[in-house]
Each structure stands twice: as C-alpha cells, then as structure tokens.
Design a protein. Structure first.
Lengths: 434, 294
C-alpha cells in the first residue's frame, strides 16, 4: 500500500514538473522579442547556409540583435515558407523570387519603396513589383548560368576555347573528348542526374534557352507569364541535352535515381564541362582555378552572339505582418549586410555579386564572363524560366518525361518531353490562374 | 488506511486524466475540426482563411489524379493486406512450432519495423535500382516496378510486426482444445483451419485492420521510393502520377500547386478520413462476427 502511495505521489510530481518545464521555455523568448526586435531569415540558398550563419553571428555580437537563419533544404523552399509563415515566430526576411511568388505572397510583403535598403540599390533591374506597383521584393544578388568549362582540360585534349563559338564547335570538342575519355583520363560532361538535387539544372535552367528564343522570335521580353508556348525551339533544347547526356561520365540510363556528384567530378578534373551556374564558383574555383562559363550553344542561327543566362531568383522580401520593431531590425540588418565591408565581402564571395552601391566588388569569374559577353555585344539570355507556372508540378512532369526519354531515346519519347514542357505549360497556366 | 488513500485518489482522478485529454484535444480533436473548417475555405495561411462553401469538394471529386490515386491505393491496400497477413501468419505459425532459435528469428523479423519510412524508401530504392540498373532501367521507369517495389518494401516492414501479434494469438490457443482435436483424430490441416484459425480471429481482426488502414494511409515510403514516378503525360499536358497514392496526392495538391488548391487538398483530406475510417469500421464489424467466444 505504501508503495502505491509513493508511486502516485511521484507521478503527480513528474506531471507538475513537466508542466512547469513547458511553461518556462515559452516566457523569456516572447518577452525579449517585443522590446528590441529580432531577425528571422528564411534562406533559400543551401550553398550559402554556412556563410549566412557566420554573418548572423557577427551581427549579433556587434549589435546584440538576435538573428536567426534557417535554410530550407534544396527544392523545399516553398513548402518550408508555407509552414514557417503559419507560426507565431514567422520569418521577418524571406525570398520572393519570381512572379508566381509575388502572386502568392504579395499580401505578406512590406512595400520596400523608399526604405533604407531600397536606397542602397544600384539598379532596379532585379526588383519585383506586384500589379499595383508595390515593391514586393528587391534583388540581393544576381546570377548567371550556362556551361562551366575547365579550360586546362580543353587544352590537354588538344583543343582551344576559340573552337567553341556555337553548337557545332561545342559538339566537335565534346564528342572528341568523350571518344578519347579513357586515354585522356577525363570525360566531356559531368554527370547529369535527374533526381531532385540536380534535375533543376535542365528543367529549370537549360530549358530557358527554349523560352528565350521564343521571346526573341516574338521580338519581346515576357513581362508576365504567357498562356501558351509555341515549342519552336524544343529541338535546340534536345540538341544540347543530348550532347550533355551522351558525352558524360555517367550513362544516360543511370540518371533517373541520381546519386552521382557532378560538382565533385568537375572539381577533381574528371570532366571538362559542367552544366551549372555562377553560384558554383565559390565551390570549384580553388580546385579548378582556370575555369570559365560559356552560353548554352544549341544550334540556333546567330548563336555566336549569345551571352549567358543572367537574372535572379534571389529577392528579399520583408514580412508585412511582422511587428514594427522586427521589421526595423530586419531592414537595419539588411543595410548592414550590403554596406559593411567585411560582411558584404563574405556575402559577395558566396553569392557572386550584390547590386548595391556600397557592397564589395565581385571576384566571380563566371559573372565576369557574363559581363565580357555583354561588352562584346552579345545578347543576354534573360531568366524567362522564372515565369514557369506551378513550377514544382511543371518541372516534376518534365523530369518524368526526360527519364522515359533517357531510358529509350527516340522521337516518340521525345514527343512526350515536348508535351510535358509545352502543353504542360498551358495546363499549369490555367490551373495557376484559378 | 485503504479508505484514506482511495478517496483522495478518486477526487483527483481528473488531474491524472488531464495530460492525456489535453494532448488528445490539442493533437487530434482541435486539428480535426479545424481541418473540416478549412476544407470549406480558400486560404494561403490558416489564419487568413476565407469561407467559400463546398467548391473545394467539387474540385476534389473532379480531379483525375485523385481518382487515379484512389484506385491505385485501393489495389495496393488489398494486395498488401492479403500478402502481409498470409505471410505474417505463416511465419508466426512456423515460429510457434518450437523450432530452435525461434526467439532470434522473431527479433530479426521484427527489426525492419523499427526503421523509419523515409529511410526505408531510400534504402530500398537503392536496392531495387542496384538490380534494375543491370537491365538498363530503374524503379522510376515503370508503374509495375513501383507498385511491386512498394509491396515488397511494405511486406518487409510489416510482416514482423503482424507476426508478433499472431504469435501472441497462437500462444493463447487453449492447449486442451488442441489435445481434444488430436484425440478426435484431426490431422494438422484440420487442426489449423478448424481449431487454430477460429481461435486467433481476434488477432486476425486487429492485423487486417492495421494493414488495411496502413495501406490506405501510406505516405513516407511512397514519397521516398518513387514519389509518384513515372508520370503519364496526357496529350493536353495534364499529368497523372502513376504510382501516387492518396496521402501523397493530398500532399502534392497542397504544396505543389498554387494557393487556390490548398483548400482542395484539405477537402481531399476530409474525404480521405471518411474513407479510411469507414472502411476500417466495416472491416472490423465483419471480422468481429467471425470471432469465437472461448
């Protein structure tokens, strides 16, 4: 009987303690937040996660303002944003990177016009406005993508960069390297995995060439999502896609499930070409010092004058529903990031370039290449890809079609790829408009 | 002494019930009713929901991919229900025959159940692709690979768990009944079907209930193994994710499309609940009837 009494008492004690513990944690966090304001940054670039945590720590040490950085895993940004915005402690700083995002999140974004951070910008080119002219988000860096090339390997294979001025040139060099891969000890293209961690390089980036040439054919740059596409340049996309998957370190049938490390292949000199963007510079420049980036050559007439794909999906938005103190703390933090020499140096090294008056100069060779192309009078391929309607569903369907194509390359399977990209666009456009 | 102790305990019993009741209310009752409410709303964030009536339900029923997911899930649930229970019962029966090392076998068979679904999905996708890549294909390429792959995965995971329940049932079959059957001259087959199985009906009820609802609710393994691939791309650009089950369809509707579809996903979730609960109860009522009273 005594035993039972002790057990009962212990249970009561445990329960009371548990309740106390629950209560304790909640109080100070909320109390502190009200007074000074704090920053909660939901970051969208996994590759910059480490740097951002350092920056946040430095800022907190300097000013005492709490900065929390949370990074969404690759490909899960929109899911994470949705979940985080439901919470009481929601992100004060987040990313609205394209028109679809503006449509969905505009109500939650502070109008940044006339704020201290907007005054620091040196260009309006990367800003996103909603239909009422509200400045929803402002670019914090811009990027370029294309094909990264290891110049040293091209020369080792007995070729020069001058040979690669159009698709024919690129094809000759790539096929020659692939044919002699065993003797050379390296291949033409790095692996082209189609799993979630890598498929965006094709369904999000390489496909941009199709959209851009449609824009050029129509003679105007898209300012809103078109309802339909013509698909006139799908064959050009196929040219380049085939070239990459047929002349690479990994057989095309093994791409569907992924598991290969393209970045590492490039870093260790296993391949000369790497389909990716300027954000890779920080990761590969130490191992491959002599690399550059070339445009998506795909067999379009006059492509000798093509430049890199320049644009951004990296635009900061400040949460309109956050408290005023938090909004102020967030904007102060943003201004500090783009004006403080040390902080902006670190950020620029990770991001590539920041379009702000007092930010550090860029050292990114790929962005320098982008500028060199523009200076030579080449046309910039804008990021038309940012208009992809219901982007996750749209790309998922394209990945599935490309997998089927890779398993059995034929005109028939390619027709499905085309359907996924072209008819899929119209279907998703209608769905998104509802 | 007894009285002194008992009375305070009775008086304070509500205090002991409080944590569980609170957890149940916070974790189940409240979200459940909020979910029903949200299925009648259009919303981006829950706190900004706007009431729109039954439009979401109409869209949910009109959705081709939802109907496909329903039939695919139903097929999966039935096949996995039969296979899991037949195999689990067989293993349990064998392991109650006094084979050497029975306990070791039981532990080993039960262990897969301790691994999380996502991890299992990725591990098995590597195993399947390791084999299929020799034939130049992958589990993501064919609907039938995805289907049977998921069945194999679920068998591997669930058989051990159901086996434990069956073993408990088999050990509870009264010894005197078995002896009486033996004396009456029943052979092994007759003993199994006439004596043992009727006596383990309670275990069969619970195991079929669990495997049926598990089959319908399956999510993690589905997401990690195939995520709905391969898709059929219709001529009009619509896609049907051929290995997408109901729960994954709801998830993809909620997150994959524009904000208008979040209410639709919520409506699908309510339909899903009614379906799983209804089927579960029907099945319980049916197998209960078969149980014998000892």
């Amino acid at each position: 009987m005594k035993m039972r009494k002790i057990v009962a008492l212990t249970l009561v004690l445990v329960m009371v303690l548990a309740l106390c513990a629950c209560g304790d944690k909640a109080t100070p966090a909320e109390g502190g937040k009200e007074e000074t304001g704090s920053v909660y940054w939901l970051n969208f670039k996994p590759e910059s996660d480490e740097v951002l945590h350092e920056i946040a720590k430095t800022y907190t040490e300097k000013t005492g303002v709490e900065v929390q950085v949370v990074t969404a895993a690759s490909g899960t940004y929109s899911t994470t944003l949705n979940a985080e915005m439901e919470k009481t402690k929601m992100p004060t700083l987040f990313v609205i990177g394209n028109q679809a995002g503006v449509k969905e999140w505009s109500d939650y974004a502070l109008d940044l016009k006339g704020t201290a951070i907007a005054d620091e910008l040196n260009t309006d080119a990367y800003n996103l406005y909603d239909e009422n002219g509200k400045l929803v988000s402002i670019g914090y860096c811009y990027e370029c993508y294309g094909i990264i090339v290891n110049r040293d390997l091209i020369e080792q294979a007995g070729h020069t960069m001058d040979e690669i001025k159009n698709f024919e040139g690129l094809k000759t060099v790539a096929e020659d390297i692939h044919a002699r891969a065993n003797d050379l000890g390296f291949d033409a293209f790095t692996s082209n995995d189609m799993d979630a961690s890598s498929s965006w390089r094709y369904t999000g980036h390489m496909i941009n060439l199709e959209y851009v040439y449609e824009e050029r054919e129509a003679g105007k740059v898209w300012t809103e999502c078109p309802a339909t596409l013509t698909g006139n340049y799908m064959d050009n996309f196929r040219n380049l896609y085939d070239l990459a998957v047929n002349n690479s370190t990994v057989e095309r049938t093994a791409l569907a499930t992924g598991g290969h490390d393209a970045e590492n292949e490039f870093k260790t000199g296993k391949a000369a070409f790497f389909v990716n963007g300027s954000w890779e510079y920080a990761a590969v420049s130490a191992d491959v010092p002599n690399s550059t980036m070339i445009p998506y050559y795909c067999g379009v007439e006059g492509e000798e004058k093509a430049g890199l794909n320049c644009g951004t999906e990296n635009c900061w938005a400040v949460n309109a529903k956050a408290s005023e103190a938090d909004q102020k703390a967030t904007i102060d933090f943003m201004v500090w990031m783009v004006t403080d020499p040390e902080a902006s140096r670190k950020l620029v090294d990770s991001f590539g370039v920041m379009p702000y008056k007092h930010a550090a100069e860029s050292t990114n060779a790929y962005l320098a290449a982008a500028n060199a192309y523009s200076d030579d009078g080449c046309y910039v391929m804008d990021w038309a890809t940012n208009y992809q309607p219901n982007v996750d569903d749209y790309r998922a369907a394209a990945v599935s079609a490309l997998n089927a194509y890779n398993a059995a390359p034929s005109d028939e399977t390619w027709a499905t790829v085309k359907t996924a990209f072209i008819e899929g666009w119209a279907t998703q456009y209608k769905k998104a408009a509802n | 002494m007894k009285k002194l102790f008992k009375n305070p305990l009775r008086r304070w019993s509500w205090l002991f019930l409080l944590p569980v009741t609170a957890a149940f209310a916070i974790g189940f009752v409240w979200p459940f009713f909020q979910g029903i409410w949200l299925s009648l709303c259009k919303f981006k964030l829950i706190r900004d929901a706007k009431f729109i009536g039954f439009g979401n339900y109409a869209s949910a029923f009109a959705d081709e991919s939802f109907r496909h997911a329903f039939w695919y899930t139903a097929l999966f649930a039935v096949v996995s229900l039969v296979l899991i229970n037949v195999l689990a019962f067989t293993v349990a029966y064998l392991l109650t025959q006094g084979i050497r090392g029975s306990n070791l076998f039981r532990t080993v068979f039960f262990m897969p159940n301790l691994i999380g679904g996502i991890v299992l999905g990725y591990i098995w996708s590597m195993i399947f692709d390791g084999i299929l890549s020799r034939f130049g294909t992958s589990i993501l390429m064919e609907t039938k690979y995805g289907f049977w792959g998921l069945i194999i995965l679920m068998l591997w995971q669930q058989i051990g768990y159901m086996m434990i329940i069956y073993i408990a049932g088999l050990q509870a079959v009264p010894e005197d009944m078995l002896e009486a059957a033996k004396i009456d001259g029943a052979n092994r087959r007759q003993t199994l079907f006439r004596v043992i199985i009727p006596n383990v009906m309670p275990s069969i009820t619970i195991c079929t209930f669990l495997s049926l609802t598990n089959g319908f609710k399956l999510f993690d393994q589905n997401l990690a193994l195939t995520a709905g691939q391969p898709f059929t791309i219709l001529a009009n650009g619509e896609t049907v994710k051929t290995t997408e089950m109901l729960a994954l369809n709801i998830y993809n509707t909620f997150y994959g499309q524009s904000s208008a579809s979040q209410g639709v996903a919520q409506a699908k979730a309510v339909i899903f609940f009614v379906l799983v609960a209804g089927l579960g109860l029907l099945q319980l009522a049916y197998t209960r009837k078969k149980e014998v009273q000892q």
